[in-house]
Design a protein around this ligand. Structure first.
Ligand code: NQM
Length: 356
């Protein structure tokens, strides 16, 4: 039977401020080219409206997670993230997604990969895209998954059960991939940083941006997207990512002095569209970067003495908790702790559009 006729088992989940289709690997073709072709047809890409599939016509709602029991004895689960482009026939695996990570453990419990335990369920997740690790913890009071709860995160209506994500770097990965605090990238001073997501930190003032602009205003600003893309293409090889022309990393974050009670103002490009808030691991990278003396943004960031670092973004603020240390050999290292929520939206079979 063809997938078009019998459908593919799929769970649609919100993870943080993103939404994606979750699968078990055995329900998808093992050949990556066949898998990606099927995922494009499931999500309705390429098409700016994704009218014929599950995608929501924005990068944040055109995502896929494939979750399985880990093959590594030191982890419980493996999580492969795939970004399905909206209006191009492209599926990227160069980045992970900290928002969808919040839904990985609930999905694994739903599918019986791991049991829910009382009073909480905790699992170590291997982030296949990056080699990083996450310890994920959520309350399952009576050993039962309950998405309801009292935590609200900016960008999601209502409240839900809190999910803690503690992400640490894979072996040998440093916080500053170039070992320099700043680099000259396509004529701009930038800090290239990776605390779970490779990010290019840029001073908003260099681009005539104050950090208080709306999404629409910055996405429409003449020349800005082209200049940021020029920087991104030059930063890719410096970050060890090679040619990133067809990739969604690195992300570009314009930083400016805080306008409200936060530590810094951010406008995050992912990379063509402007993020309505900021990604979880992008936030972790920014919060770590501004703690390094001399890094872009460090001079005007108002760092709190205790508690999370509030990043002011277009729809509120993101509380990023990071631990930044410096080894005896001078290398900077970091880890992050984030609070998210997630929810199962539907569980069933998805019927892909027939082959093109
Ligand atoms: O940085 C969007 C999102 C993300 C990434 C993107 C993310 C993260 O907000 O951890 O979650 O990278 O395009 O979902």
């Amino acid at each position: 039977m063809r997938a078009e006729d019998e459908g593919v088992p799929c769970m649609l989940m919100r993870g943080g401020t993103s939404k994606g289709a979750f699968f078990l690997p055995e329900d998808l073709p093992s050949d990556p080219a066949l898998r990606d072709d099927l995922l494009l047809r499931i999500m309705g890409s390429p098409d700016p409206t994704q009218i014929d599939g599950l995608g929501g016509a924005h990068p944040l709602t055109s995502k896929v997670a494939i979750v399985s029991c880990s093959e590594d004895p030191s982890a419980d689960l493996d999580y492969l993230f795939l970004q399905v482009a909206v209006d191009e026939p492209f599926v990227g695996d160069a980045q992970t997604c900290g928002n969808l990570l919040a839904a990985v453990v609930p999905f694994a419990v739903e599918r019986g990969l791991i049991p829910a335990t009382a009073p909480a369920t905790e699992a170590v997740v291997r982030l296949i895209n990056t080699g990083d690790r996450a310890r994920v913890r959520l309350s399952t009071r009576d050993g039962v998954l309950d998405y309801d709860g009292d935590v609200d995160i900016d960008g999601v209506p209502g409240t839900a059960c809190p999910i803690e994500l503690e992400v640490s770097a894979g072996p040998g990965k440093g916080l500053l991939p170039t070992s320099r605090v700043t680099d000259q990238v396509a004529d701009h001073t930038a800090t290239l940083i990776d605390n779970g997501m490779p990010v290019v930190l840029l001073d908003a003032a260099d681009f005539g941006v104050t950090g208080t602009e709306s999404i629409e205003e910055l996405e429409a600003r003449p020349g800005l997207a082209a200049e940021l893309e020029r920087i991104r293409l030059a930063a890719g090889p410096l970050l060890g990512l090679g040619d990133v022309a067809a990739q969604t990393v690195p992300k570009l974050v314009l930083v400016a002095p805080p306008a409200d009670h936060g530590a810094i103002s951010v406008r995050a490009f992912i990379p063509a569209r402007l993020h309505p808030s900021i990604g979880v691991l992008m936030a972790a990278s920014v919060a770590a970067g501004i703690r390094i003396p001399g890094a872009v943004g460090s001079a005007y960031a108002r760092l709190p003495e205790t508690g999370p670092t509030l990043l002011e973004h277009p729809s509120g603020s993101f509380p990023a908790e990071v631990r930044v240390t410096r080894d005896a050999d001078g290398h900077w290292r970091a880890a992050s702790l984030s609070l998210r929520t997630a929810r199962k939206i539907f569980d069933g079979r998805v019927f892909p559009r027939p082959r093109r």
